[in-house]
Write a protein that binds this ligand. Structure first.
Ligand code: FAD
Length: 438
């Protein structure tokens, strides 16, 4: 996981779950745009440069080889336009810094995912998403990108109907180093959050209706159990959560979703055959309840039990058939897995490399506790998601490769053409990406 101290000491680079490790020999931490330009201009063809956000990707997308660069010193608000509902930030800003800054101007992000430890550039680069069938990913919030390309030029590009916008939409750091970003924001709001325990078959039969009745709907499906957790969130007028209630909720989350779940996960690691029983028990212990608070306080949850993850966007119309098959297989305890499967939805997007391009999508995320063997489970997920037209999330474990990338992304050649123009010397093309572009 990213730590400025480790960076300064030139220690090994690792991501959040430690499944990707590397040993770069140069660590850059520029403090201004001109310095970013100089670093890129001085790079030679033997040296690749990779920007690390918060290192929260499970795939090697952020893995540096020779040179690693962080925008840890390029954070914060640059300007705000209350009339146009837009805000410009340095791209290294952490998500947890954004909510309170925007709230000072009575503004907020349109949506967020599960956590808020990532950087703005990192979530935009990979198409990180929350849930909500009318809402897009972080990439869709961007109205202007400011980036240093592979020639060291600083370019500000306003979103329009052109190839560069479609390529920048989800660009996994391949077109350059994103240094500033302008995003659409909306008036400050609170969320009314509810969590309920419910039967899988009942929820499945009304899924398409539920996701259109609420702004955000998220499922946690417990492998092999007939019970699921359904989380719903809807906008209400801005109001702070009662401080005392907030503390109680935080404690409950820490104890149940992290403390007790950590113990259960250790039991499964020690006795993998116990996974089904633990999964069923967890589904019965789902904490039901509701709360209201400012959106940036309600979206994220603490995630201290470490795991590895693979996630696919499938066409929304395939969701029911896909989940029926998931349930059918996992009920028969095909795999030793107790970690819940997370189901979310988003609207379709246009980017050349966007997993949701052209269609409303359901994201289905499969997790395995760190230290337990995920090989067979994830292999089964890949085959099944292929069957239902799935495209992998760039920031999660994926099988992207030159042999399959064009079948996932029909406009891949257009992306490759833009990439070649912005990075003719392949400064940003680390080996993970060379396997995709060769
Ligand atoms: C516990 C956990 C929960 C998560 N929850 C969600 C979720 O709810 N929804 C979801 O969709 N994903 C989720 N993710 C995945 C995560 O949001 C993405 O992998 C995201 O890209 C991580 O952001 P980061 O800042 O850590 O970027 P990194 O992982 O460090 O980098 C991601 C990519 O962005 C590039 N990049 C970073 N900075 C720049 C820059 N300045 N210019 C150009 N390229 C850059 C990197 O080179 C890399 O290719 C989760 C991950 C974890 C570990």
């Amino acid at each position: 996981m990213f730590s400025m101290k480790n960076w300064q000491q030139g220690k090994a680079w690792t991501n959040w779950s430690n499944n990707v490790v590397s040993y770069p020999n140069t660590f850059y931490a520029p403090t201004c745009i001109e310095e970013v330009q100089q670093i890129v201009q001085q790079a030679n063809e033997q040296q690749t440069i990779r920007v690390t956000g918060a290192a929260h990707s499970f795939s090697p997308v952020a893995m540096p080889e020779s040179a690693a660069l962080t925008l840890h010193h390029l954070r914060g608000l640059i300007s705000i336009d209350k009339q146009q509902h837009s805000a410009t930030f340095y791209a290294g800003t952490y998500l947890h810094e954004i909510g309170p800054i925007l709230a000072e101007y009575d503004l907020a992000l349109t949506n967020m995912g599960d956590i808020q430890t990532q950087t703005l550039a990192g979530v935009i680069a990979t198409g990180t998403h929350g849930t909500g069938i009318t809402l897009g990913s972080f990439s869709s919030m961007v109205t202007k990108w400011g980036f240093v390309n592979g020639l060291g030029d600083y370019i500000e590009h306003e979103r329009k109907d052109d190839e560069l916008s479609d390529a920048l939409h989800v660009s996994v750091g391949l077109l350059g180093i994103l240094v500033t970003v302008t995003i659409k924001v909306i008036p400050l709001y609170s969320l009314h959050y509810t969590s309920t325990r419910s039967y899988f078959s009942e929820e499945l039969s009304r899924f398409q209706q539920t996701i259109r009745e609420h702004r955000h709907v998220e499922w946690f499906y417990f492998p092999g159990s007939d019970l699921i957790q359904v989380k719903k969130m809807d906008i209400v007028a801005p109001q702070e959560q009662n401080k005392w209630q907030q503390k109680v909720d935080e404690l409950k989350l820490q104890l149940l979703e992290n403390g007790a779940f950590y113990v259960a996960s250790e039991v499964c690691k020690w006795q993998p055959r116990a996974s089904l029983a633990v999964s069923k028990l967890s589904s019965k212990l789902v904490s039901e309840g509701e709360r209201i608070g400012l959106s940036y306080m309600i979206y994220p949850s603490p995630r201290s039990v470490k795991f590895n993850e693979i996630e696919y966007a499938i066409p929304l119309v395939n969701f029911e058939a896909c989940m029926e098959e998931v349930h059918h297989t996992l009920k028969r305890q095909q795999f030793n897995v107790h970690f819940p499967i997370e189901c979310r939805t988003t609207t379709g997007e246009k980017g050349f490399l966007s997993p949701t391009q052209g269609q409303e999508s359901a994201f289905i995320a499969f997790h395995m506790y760190k230290g337990m063997d995920e090989t067979a489970y994830f292999e089964w997920v890949r085959t099944m998601m292929g069957k239902y037209g799935g495209r992998p999330h760039w920031g999660k474990i994926n099988d992207y490769h030159a042999s399959n990338i064009r079948s996932y992304y029909p406009q891949f050649e257009q992306f490759a053409k833009v990439r070649q123009k912005q990075d003719p010397h392949n400064i940003f093309l680390t080996s993970y990406f060379r396997h995709i572009f060769q």
